[in-house]
Design a protein around this ligand. Structure first.
Ligand code: MG
Length: 363
């Protein structure tokens, strides 16, 4: 009886169950809740709707995620619709030929870069899991080169800003959001409680080159090591003028969406901020990194508010860049996954195959 049971188990184990082999692609909208109300020049919110993608193929479960950006007319609904349109293709295409798969998908979807990023992340997670190696290894990166990440402090009252800075004790470099009339008060609040190096993001908040010059000259006296997107993305001539007048490195964010934007930014900016949700995933990010490098520019990897899925995908590329601002998952209270960790400010990449994500036990 025992022996028959054993043989029966063996037979069951050697035959893949239908659930393990059936190709399945799932897409859903997930509302990420924020620990603090998140305010920048652009918006203020308590939550962020993302699109989550899972590809089940050949016994592998791969995950992807996109955080659609309202500024570019994207929503969680439009992202889900875009992914729904290529679901059948993702369930049947040979994902090992991922360059072809992603080219095909990008050809079929108009815009919707966060949706494309979700697809890229899931496909690359699948490919690297299939190869049995962590994604950083697939990209040829040494995880020991992963940089320190900043922790972002959104715009708030001086009292709450001080409180947020105290809560960010574990992070050696802070990123401060500015771009309003309250900038001086914000910096004064930060500096009253910390001497840490700061990076400052104006999110296009200063509308003339004179205003940007005045603010940056002041920031240069405040221990600020770089500044992001001081003026609106289209003000490239003014930006070129500004760069010649200040010492602080200036990075493009809203002006650097995708690879084709990079060449025209050389000479106007010192570096670019690459985000998977802006450009359409890891392969597009690699193109931006290579382009910027070939033009002598620095590179930062940034993020939207996301779960550990997107943040971990970006972190696997982070050994290739100078600066990381990969804290979007740290701002969320209901992260469905765990992946990359931050230890003494430094990104520590998972060693498991693919993204190396685990389902969050608390959800
Ligand atoms: Mg920015």
């Amino acid at each position: 009886m025992k022996r028959r049971f054993f043989l029966g188990s063996m037979a069951a184990a050697s035959l893949p169950s239908p659930a393990a082999t059936a190709a399945r692609v799932e897409v859903e909208i997930k509302r990420l809740k924020l620990r603090h109300t998140w305010t920048t020049v652009m918006s203020s919110s308590e939550y962020r709707d993302t699109v989550q993608l899972r590809i089940h193929r050949e016994g592998i479960r791969a995950r992807g995620e996109g955080a659609p950006i309202v500024r570019y007319q994207e929503s969680a609904q439009s992202a889900r619709k875009a992914i729904e349109a290529v679901k059948d293709y993702l369930a049947t295409a040979d994902l090992r030929a991922y360059q072809k798969v992603l080219n095909t998908v990008f050809g079929r979807i108009e815009g919707q870069w966060a949706a494309k990023s979700a697809i890229d992340i899931a496909v690359m997670d699948w490919v690297a899991q299939k190869a049995g190696m962590p994604l950083y290894q697939w990209f040829g990166c040494d995880p020991a080169d992963a940089p320190v990440t900043t922790f972002s402090i959104g715009i708030d009252t001086p009292e709450r800003t001080k409180q947020k800075v105290r809560e960010a004790e574990a992070y050696p470099v802070l990123k401060i959001k500015v771009g309003l009339d309250s900038d001086e008060a914000t910096l004064a609040a930060v500096r009253s409680v910390t001497t840490k190096p700061l990076r400052v993001d104006a999110n296009e908040g200063w509308k003339t080159k004179e205003e940007a010059l005045r603010k940056i000259k002041w920031l240069e006296t405040q221990g600020v090591e770089l500044i992001e997107q001081p003026m609106p993305a289209e003000m490239l001539d003014e930006q070129r003028w500004l760069r010649g007048k200040v010492n602080i490195p200036i990075f493009a964010d809203e002006a650097a969406l995708r690879p084709a934007d990079v060449p025209k930014l050389a000479g106007a900016f010192d570096g670019i901020n690459v985000k998977l949700d802006k450009c359409g995933g890891t392969q597009q990010a690699l193109r931006m990194i290579y382009l910027a490098r070939s033009l002598g520019m620095k590179v930062m990897l940034g993020c939207m508010v996301s779960s550990s899925c997107t943040i971990t995908a970006a972190a696997h590329l982070s050994p290739l860049v100078d600066y990381a601002d990969l804290d979007g998952n740290l701002l969320v209270s209901n992260d469905p996954y765990s992946g990359v960790k931050v230890v003494q400010g430094r990104l520590v990449l998972p060693n498991e195959p693919g993204l190396g994500l685990r389902d969050s036990p608390s959800l």
